[in-house]
Design a protein around this ligand. Structure first.
Ligand code: ATR
Length: 277
């Protein structure tokens, strides 16, 4: 019998996940279908119950449900619980188990596109919202310990550090102007906000004047492929990475949890790029 997967969110019409997952199901001869479900906030609880009743095998969770879904699931993985957000649900013996593959997806993409061992990097995260939290907690959980956070409102960066359950001794909160002044210290810079995203393509979160040319500059935005931040870093001779890898790997990790098969990353990436192009 064909297995059913999907993604829940509001809005959901522009999600690239269905085409990415359905193509892999087809290529790997897996009898399954992935459907975008438009679920508004007030229907979340009943939607989860309905999905469970009709036997949906697994699904992704996107805005605005990543946090509010937690009470409706039967088990939450410790990292997802720490982050306070779930993006992947897996059906296990009739129960729904929640995971967060965003941070690990980010890390795996960075390792694939840059280098495997990140433990000795001096990292600066720009922004302190939900995406920053997933990435920060995952880096620390996986042993990348020298991570500072710069944010427009420094108290949000301080809070992220304070509420992180992993080793935070080597983390500090900075203002964006402190980060600009000390930029040469960092070997990996991770931009986690929507600044620079289409249509605001001339926006850039900080000046890169003091950037070390051996640094990697990574931006979770993928529309445009190169934000002004990445273009500027590239001109300085830095390595750069956009957000496509994170999107593809968070999906690939979910796909693996559902099917026990790791999908073809290049094929998934091609389909996403074609979709965006
Ligand atoms: P997400 O969950 O997608 O990460 P979010 O929780 O709304 O989104 O967080 C947005 C991040 O972008 C925050 O770090 C925010 O800074 P503040 O905490 O100071 O609000 C940052 N951000 C948004 N607009 C910004 C701007 N114009 N300049 C600097 N930072 C900005």
């Amino acid at each position: 019998m064909q297995k059913l997967y999907g993604v829940i969110g509001d809005p959901i019409g522009h999600s690239m996940s269905p085409i990415m997952h359905n193509n892999e199901f087809k290529q790997l001869n897996i009898n399954a279908h992935y459907h975008p479900f438009h679920i508004v906030e007030q229907n979340l609880e009943i939607a989860i119950a309905g999905m469970k009743a009709i036997g949906v095998e697994g699904f992704n969770v996107t805005i605005p449900h990543k946090t509010t879904i937690i009470p409706y699931l039967d088990y939450i993985d410790p990292l997802a619980k720490a982050i306070g957000a779930v993006n992947t649900v897996v059906r296990v013996d009739g129960e729904y188990h929640g995971y967060n593959t965003d941070g690990e997806g980010y890390m795996k993409a960075l390792q694939a596109e840059w280098k495997d061992n990140l433990e000795n990097e001096k990292v600066l995260i720009l922004g302190a919202g939900g995406a920053a939290k997933a990435i920060y907690f995952t880096l620390l959980a996986k042993g990348v310990l020298n991570v500072d956070i710069a944010n427009r409102s420094i108290d949000k960066a301080e809070n992220l550090i304070k509420h992180c359950p992993y080793v935070i001794e080597n983390s500090k909160a900075l203002t964006l102007s402190d980060a600009e002044q000390n930029l040469q210290e960092y070997s990996l810079i991770i931009q986690t906000t929507s600044i620079g995203m289409y249509p605001n393509i001339n926006d850039c979160i900080i000046s890169l004047e003091k950037l070390n040319k051996n640094a990697m500059v990574s931006d979770i935005v993928y529309n445009p492929f190169e934000t002004l931040l990445l273009k500027t870093a590239k001109q300085k001779g830095c390595n750069i990475q956009n957000g496509i890898g994170m999107f593809v790997y968070q999906g690939a990790l979910a796909f693996e949890m559902w099917t026990n098969k790791f999908p073809d990353i290049n094929r998934m990436t091609d389909i996403v790029i074609r979709q965006l192009g």
